[in-house]
Design a protein around this ligand. Structure first.
Ligand SMILES: *[C@@H]1O[C@H](CO)[C@@H](O)[C@H](O)[C@H]1NC(C)=O
Ligand SMILES: *[C@@H]1O[C@H](CO)[C@@H](O)[C@H](O)[C@H]1NC(C)=O
Ligand SMILES: *[C@@H]1O[C@H](CO)[C@@H](O)[C@H](O)[C@H]1NC(C)=O
Ligand SMILES: *[C@@H]1O[C@H](CO)[C@@H](O)[C@H](O)[C@H]1NC(C)=O
Ligand SMILES: *[C@@H]1O[C@H](CO)[C@@H](O)[C@H](O)[C@H]1NC(C)=O
Ligand SMILES: *[C@@H]1O[C@H](CO)[C@@H](O)[C@H](O)[C@H]1NC(C)=O
Length: 473
């Protein structure tokens, strides 16, 4: 790995030059566990086979004293089959996955909170730990580690239970998280080291100016939401869409870092006459004070008519992070060639991470004067090894409910899917993930990338990237 660090004026440029990214082959992870929880049969989603975790399967990674399968009583049109079943845990339970390929892994937990005649998954309440990191506490559907990924589900109260719909554990491409980033601390810019020893939880992943990018069109099966909800500038923005080829090259972003469909759209500021527009483009993301966030900005100059015309500034929370950024120089003088920058910022009391791009002193008339193609915001685990509060894993384990009687008589094996009455369907239609749970409401609804599968049903999934067996998402 080669990192280029150039000092320019008062700002640092920290640009990534990555090792051999194979640009032709699609990504095939060494570790690739896809689990269809609570299902009797395997299910295929976007050509990926999710293997059933039912007890008679030889591939089962589950150890659970009291769990059972639950099936959504009706077929949910448009919803991938992995969301039709869930595994429900009445006692602490875990899935353990052997890791063949050390290093960063991606973990994705899927939750679809349906209600069946036997049980309403909205009544769940639980904690999730992954390799000793606290990933979720009191959830309701709504470091250096050993050679395993261990996901533990803990019911939070005696009368409650835990559930999960599907699990993915995948080794990450080596260039997904690098060792260093630029840290923006007030007006101070510093190098942040050891980034790849961190665990991350993806909070926002947006494609700028374009339509949603689905897992089908992303080599790491990610979803990139449109930026409209976060984009705050009313004037001065044009969208651009590029139908040519995105030129991935060694030293820039690889296709695993960001897919074509993210880089081929953008918002930009453009000078159409002899003056340079006096505007900025800003995006705002709600975050939680007290955590650090990795802000990854994706750039690809798909709009300039020739090289060397585009210069702009990048600000985070009003602080200059990149001055006179020159995409031509970064991409070794190639247009439509993608790259990214990583910034580490601390969330302050404003509860907002504010990303702004705007013309710089070097911007030119009759040219593009700022561009942004994609943006990711990842929460970094805090000093307690938690993404969710300040209780360390030991304490979460300690506040477990006492062993309960097996009261709850439900068949252990999946219930047969039946078409239920219309009223049940209508009830389910009204289910909303954004439902409030007391004061936690605010951040619960921010915590997850939400995917509206169709107009009727919502599912949630939690993405994480761990290192060495960290999460990313
Ligand atoms: C994948 O991308 C292509 C090209 O942008 C688009 O036409 C297609 O609809 C996308 N497919 C899905 C499933 O999102
Ligand atoms: C350039 O165009 C902008 C709007 O497109 C306008 O506000 C501005 O006055 C123009 N400047 C000149 C020098 O014509
Ligand atoms: C975000 O930054 C822009 C430009 O610096 C500024 O106008 C805006 O007020 C900021 N928003 C917040 C919430 O700080
Ligand atoms: C753009 O944002 C920067 C940083 O907040 C600010 O200093 C500058 O004045 C803004 N420019 C305009 C035109 O709002
Ligand atoms: C742009 O130039 C002006 C005048 O030289 C200077 O005061 C200002 O700091 C410069 N802005 C940036 C972002 O470098
Ligand atoms: C879960 O919530 C209860 C009450 O709301 C609280 O007492 C408990 O500490 C929480 N548990 C964790 C692990 O945060």
């Amino acid at each position: 790995m080669e990192t280029l660090l150039t000092r320019l004026g008062f700002s640092f440029f920290l640009l990534y030059f990555l090792v051999s990214c194979d640009l032709s082959l699609s990504f095939s992870p060494v570790d690739n566990y896809l689990v269809n929880c609570g299902a009797l049969l395997d299910a295929t989603v976007d050509n990926r086979r999710f293997v059933s975790d039912s007890s008679d399967s030889s591939h089962s990674h589950l150890s659970s004293p009291q769990s059972f399968s639950l099936c959504a009583g009706t077929l949910l049109p448009g919803l991938p089959p992995i969301y039709h079943t869930a595994r429900v845990f009445k006692a602490p339970s875990k899935y353990v996955f052997d890791v063949k390929d050390p290093g960063t892994h991606m973990l994705r937990l899927h939750f679809h909170r349906f209600s069946s005649p036997q049980l309403n998954l909205a009544d769940s309440k639980f904690h999730v730990l992954v390799n000793g990191l606290v990933v979720l506490t009191n959830f309701s559907g709504g470091g250096s580690v050993g050679p395993k990924v261990e996901i533990t589900f803990l019911p939070a109260e005696k009368t409650k239970f835990a559930f999960v719909s599907a699990i993915e554990v995948i080794s990450a491409p080596k260039d997904l998280i690098l060792e260093t980033a630029q840290s923006v601390n007030g007006d101070k810019l510093e190098s942040f080291k050891g980034l790849n020893k961190q665990a991350f939880e993806v909070m926002y992943r947006v494609t700028i100016g374009g339509p949603q990018v689905t897992p089908f069109n992303d080599s790491l099966w990610r979803t990139w939401l449109p930026d409209d909800d976060y984009f705050k500038s009313k004037e001065g923005s044009n969208r651009v869409y590029f139908s040519g080829r995105i030129k991935y090259q060694e030293g820039g972003a690889s296709r695993e870092v960001g897919p074509d469909n993210v880089y081929n759209s953008a918002r930009l500021i453009e000078s159409k006459n002899a003056s340079i527009p006096n505007v900025n483009l800003s995006w705002e993301f709600p975050v939680i004070e007290g955590y650090q966030y990795l802000v990854r900005l994706h750039f690809c100059d798909i709009a300039s008519t020739s090289l060397g015309l585009l210069f702009f500034n990048v600000y985070v929370n009003g602080h200059l992070a990149y001055k006179d950024l020159d995409p031509s120089a970064v991409t070794k003088y190639l247009l439509a060639s993608p790259f990214y920058v990583d910034l580490v910022v601390e969330a302050d009391h404003s509860g907002i991470v504010n990303v702004t791009i705007g013309p710089s002193n070097k911007s030119m008339a009759y040219a593009v004067d700022a561009i942004l193609n994609g943006l990711e915001i990842m929460k970094m685990s805090n000093w307690m090894g938690s993404f969710d509060g300040t209780l360390p894993a030991e304490s979460v384990l300690k506040c477990l409910p006492r062993k309960r009687r097996v009261g709850f008589l439900l068949p252990l094996i999946a219930l047969v899917c039946l078409l239920l009455s219309l009223s049940a369907i209508i009830r389910r239609r009204n289910e909303r993930w954004s439902q409030c749970y007391g004061q936690n409401c605010q951040w619960r609804s921010m915590k997850f990338l939400q995917s509206k599968v169709n107009n009727n049903y919502q599912v949630k999934y939690k993405y994480m990237v761990m290192e060495p067996l960290g999460f990313v998402i």
